[in-house]
Design a protein around this ligand. Structure first.
Ligand SMILES: CC(C)(COP(=O)(O)OP(=O)(O)OC[C@H]1O[C@@H](n2cnc3c(N)ncnc32)[C@H](O)[C@@H]1OP(=O)(O)O)[C@@H](O)C(=O)NCCC(=O)NCCS
Length: 180
């Protein structure tokens, strides 16, 4: 599977990709809103292996793609759409980018293509996502996609010595079509 946007190619992961993922996941800026305090080569290899395993599932229900730059093929992150089962009516999206690529609209561009895939190809009724409320960059990505904040879960997560509120965002097929 491959999704193309103006500046990006979202392609399937290969088992050669893990060092590029390790390079950005060990950046402290990346780790800020995750419970992880460090990322090891073994953990990142297992992380990428999960996506390779998802490719083999029949029928497939999880689509986690590498985000690469069209200009130089560099892997700069990943973006995914996950369903509980292949016949589910809803799925959730997630995304992450190398910190040196933040603030250029890449996450929104990738996530928009993934949402379009979910509504057009998978015929989903609802796409949702959640994020740590303090993670303003992620909140903005979901808002720019046109998602609505449905709920704020106070003190839902605890890591790095503090409580974190979590926001649940969602969008219906008809809301997506209304924006096109
Ligand atoms: C969240 C993340 C994917 C955003 O990637 P990105 O490519 O920078 O996103 P975009 O450029 O498409 O949009 C980010 C928006 O947030 C805004 N933003 C980012 N940090 C901000 C801050 N501290 N205060 C206000 N706005 C902020 C940007 O200005 C931009 O909005 P704009 O287009 O209206 O100016 C990236 O920060 C990341 O990979 N973080 C680590 C992993 C992560 O948290 N993933 C999400 C888990 S839910």
């Amino acid at each position: 599977m491959e999704l193309r946007t103006e500046r990006l190619i979202l392609r399937e992961f290969t088992d050669h990709d893990w060092p590029d993922v390790l390079a950005y996941q060990t950046d402290p800026r990346y780790l800020r809103y995750y419970a992880w305090t460090e990322r090891t080569p073994a953990a990142v290899r297992a992380f990428v292996q999960t996506f390779l395993d998802q490719q083999q599932a029949q029928p497939r229900s999880k689509f986690q793609l590498a985000i690469t730059l069209k200009s130089n093929q560099r892997l700069i992150g990943n973006c995914g759409l996950r369903m509980q089962s292949a016949d589910a009516h809803e799925g959730d999206i997630g995304y992450e980018l190398a910190p040196d690529c933040w603030g250029q609209g890449y996450a929104t561009e990738a996530a928009r293509a993934m949402v379009q895939f979910g509504f057009d190809e998978l015929q989903l009724q609802r796409i949702w996502s959640w994020c740590i409320a303090d993670n303003i960059g992620s909140v903005r990505v979901l808002e720019k996609l046109g998602m609505r904040c449905e709920e704020r879960f106070r003190h839902k997560e605890r890591f790095k010595g503090q409580w974190w509120d979590v926001l649940l965002f969602a969008m219906l097929d008809e809301e997506w079509r209304g924006r096109q």
